[in-house]
Design a protein around this ligand. Sequence first.
Ligand SMILES: Cc1ncc(COP(=O)(O)O)c(C=O)c1O
Length: 251
Amino acid sequence: MSRVYNFSAGPAVLPEEVLKEAADEMLDYRGCGMSVMEMSHRSKVYDDIIKTAEADLRSLLSIPDDYEVMFLQGGASQQFAMIPMNLMKNKVADYIVTGQWAKKAYQEAQIYGKANKIASSEDKTFSYIPDCSDLPISPDADYVYICENNTIYGTKFKTLPNTKGKTLVSDVSSCFLSEPMDVTKYGLVYGGVQKNIGPAGVVIVIMKKELITEDVIPGTPTMLKYKTHTDAHSLYNTPPAYGIYICGKVF
Ligand SMILES: Cc1ncc(COP(=O)(O)O)c(C=O)c1O
């Protein structure tokens, strides 16, 4: 067997002990006679897997009880739409554009309301993080959006922007769990797991409970409402069950 030094941003290297444990459990997960890939997501065995994964993530990040944790599908890119669909109550949001991923999120939000670009580093090919200490935050903004670690450009917010009291939404796909994070500074923080945590196919959303309501943009599909998923503890439909299992092992 040969294993390379894999420096890919993502999908990225996973801990070898996780892969070995998963290999050992491939044909018979802990005596239940089947692989995690083959079992019902409604089974007691799987319920333990997803509940333990959530509990371990909560403990790692000290996620308080007034925050929900969701294991969703659609990748980080689906969040570019879900965030405005669910949070743009006033149909206004402010975006800080520091890279291609923030730019994509900003462009997507324009479909659902007025997305304002309140700061950008595109003038110098996204090579820096703008000063975000006193930005022209819109008085009626529903949230302020950042991509905290710009995977392609290698820049990272060392200090979170001063949102002047507005909800902060952050894409942490490429810095998720790489350092401690104070979840309470965010209204919503999310990331695709394929960079730091597990196999592609899972996106984790950590969201303040009070922001999760039925008051979403009219026409929002059931599957794209956060409430659908929190009400069902990420089991509204068949989740990316094997991916969540691997995330749990990494936690
Ligand atoms: C910061 C960031 N956000 C979003 C994405 C898009 O993720 P996905 O491919 O899961 O939609 C990526 C990368 O792939 C990323 O690095």
